[in-house]
Ligand binder design. Structure first.
Ligand SMILES: Cc1cc2nc3c(=O)[nH]c(=O)nc-3n(C[C@H](O)[C@H](O)[C@H](O)COP(=O)(O)OP(=O)(O)OC[C@H]3O[C@@H](n4cnc5c(N)ncnc54)[C@H](O)[C@@H]3O)c2cc1C
Ligand code: FES
Length: 388
């Protein structure tokens, strides 16, 4: 007989979880508390890491794959908490469909629902192990900068610092549209009031009529570098960034301009990763991820392995100017699903029907499912056919 499997270090593939309860955090963000159906211990995780979900949704030909950050500290071994923002159609395209997965969670996932979940993973997490000192962790200041639902990894990191009794100074700086969308406001304020090392600043982009400065938020408008510099004592800290692309671009470039070492800036995109440093390539040398609009068009195609996107009925030559199969697809009018474009979320996973590929991204979290590949992080070695 096989020994019972120990899940404390993770698990392979998908594991069934049950929703224990669901709690609104704001008008747009709802938390889901998940427990393992098999009752075995959960896998540990680092604050900032996420879970992968495979949703079999009625009316969808194939499962919808999405990733959601664990929004609490890892102190509680009995459940994982997710906090999900309901994604409406883009403001300038109100007739477009709303977000598939987030609306499904909000409208159809209830206490008792079962979900297929991949083990915690991700390389955006609180760094604390390399300078352990007497007070329970890395002691340097940490600045947690978030916009919108990008606060979920920051809440996990903040809770972790507090739960471990670490004395390192922490600034939780969060921008959100207004009180309707503001999640974990009372929780973060409470931690700042009861812990001398915790400082919080909340900026509302457009405060609503019921929002009170000093009670609900601290400043109106965006989080600018001027605001940031007025809040934190200096640039010698670890800076964590998660939020919408404009927020990320301004603060990432602003931090570099201020002289913050790039090695101390950690960031994660929830949506498609975009080039952080437009026109600022001389500042540092971080690899950038092209977006659909920046990849070369089909006219750039030259001889190379043939790539067939079977479901789309498109066959094209590989173009060595292009970095990934996903980019080749987009350059030729094929629109596969994607999210992170960096091998992290597995949204772009698809079947390799024929041929061989190689991964071009060392950071990709590679798949164990046989015959499945991540097209955002791979290129063909031979002629290939993919199920896209
Ligand atoms: C590492 C990581 C961690 C994450 N953690 C969190 C988290 O903690 N909390 C959280 O809420 N999210 C998180 N996300 C984001 C999450 O994974 C999903 O991307 C998010 O919920 C949106 O998915 P969706 O299926 O609802 O929207 P999608 O269906 O993917 O749609 C996205 C947007 O596109 C719009 N759209 C759809 N179709 C069209 C069309 N035809 N024309 C124009 N617009 C269209 C939708 O209206 C929506 O606004 C994370 C993402 C990553 C990569
Ligand atoms: S888009 Fe996230 S892994 Fe490919």
């Amino acid at each position: 007989m096989n020994e019972p499997k120990d899940f404390s270090g993770g698990w392979d593939g998908y594991r069934t979880f049950c929703v224990e309860r669901k709690e609104p955090e704001s008008l747009t963000v709802t938390s889901f508390y998940l427990t393992a159906k098999d009752g075995r211990p959960l896998a540990s995780y680092k604050p900032g890491q996420f879970l992968g979900f495979k949703l079999d949704m009625p009316g969808y030909e194939k499962p919808v794959l999405r990733t959601y950050t664990i929004s609490d500290s890892s102190g509680d071994a009995t459940h994982y908490r997710l906090s999900i923002k309901r994604e409406p159609p883009p403001a300038d395209q109100m007739d477009a469909p709303p977000g598939v997965s987030s609306n499904y969670f909000h409208d159809h996932v209830e206490a008792g629902s079962e979900l297929q979940v991949r083990a915690p993973s991700g390389d955006f997490f609180l760094h604390e192990d390399d300078e352990v000192d007497g007070d329970g962790g890395k002691s340097g200041p940490v600045v947690l900068l978030s916009g919108g639902v990008g606060l979920t990894p920051m809440v996990s990191m903040l809770n972790h610092i507090v739960a471990n009794g670490a004395k390192r100074p922490v600034w939780f700086i969060h921008g959100v549209r207004n009180g309707d969308e503001h999640a974990f406001g009372a929780h973060v304020r409470g931690l700042a009031e009861t812990h001398a090392n915790v400082h919080a600043h909340i900026a509302y982009l457009e405060p609503g009529p019921g929002d009170v400065e000093g009670r609900d938020y601290d400043s109106a408008g965006v989080i600018s570098m001027e605001l940031l510099q007025s809040l934190v004592p200096g640039k010698d800290g670890d800076f964590y960034l998660c939020g919408p692309p404009p927020f990320m671009k301004v603060l990432f470039n602003g931090l570099l301009d201020w002289g913050v070492a790039e090695s101390r800036i950690y960031y994660e995109f929830f949506g498609p990763a975009t080039v952080l440093k437009e026109g600022a390539d001389d500042k540092a040398d971080r690899k950038s991820t092209p977006t659909a609009s920046t990849v070369p068009g089909p006219e750039a195609a030259v001889d190379g392995p043939m790539v067939t996107f079977k479901r789309s009925g498109v066959t094209v030559n590989w173009d060595p100017e292009i970095e990934t199969i996903l980019e080749l697809a987009e350059a030729n009018g094929v629109t596969p699903d994607f999210s992170c474009r960096s091998g992290v979320c597995h949204t772009c996973m698809c079947a390799l029907i024929e041929g061989e590929i190689e991964y071009v991204n060392d950071d990709a979290f590679l798949l164990e499912e046989e015959g499945q590949i991540l097209i955002c992080s791979s290129k063909p070695k031979t002629d290939i056919t993919v199920d896209v």
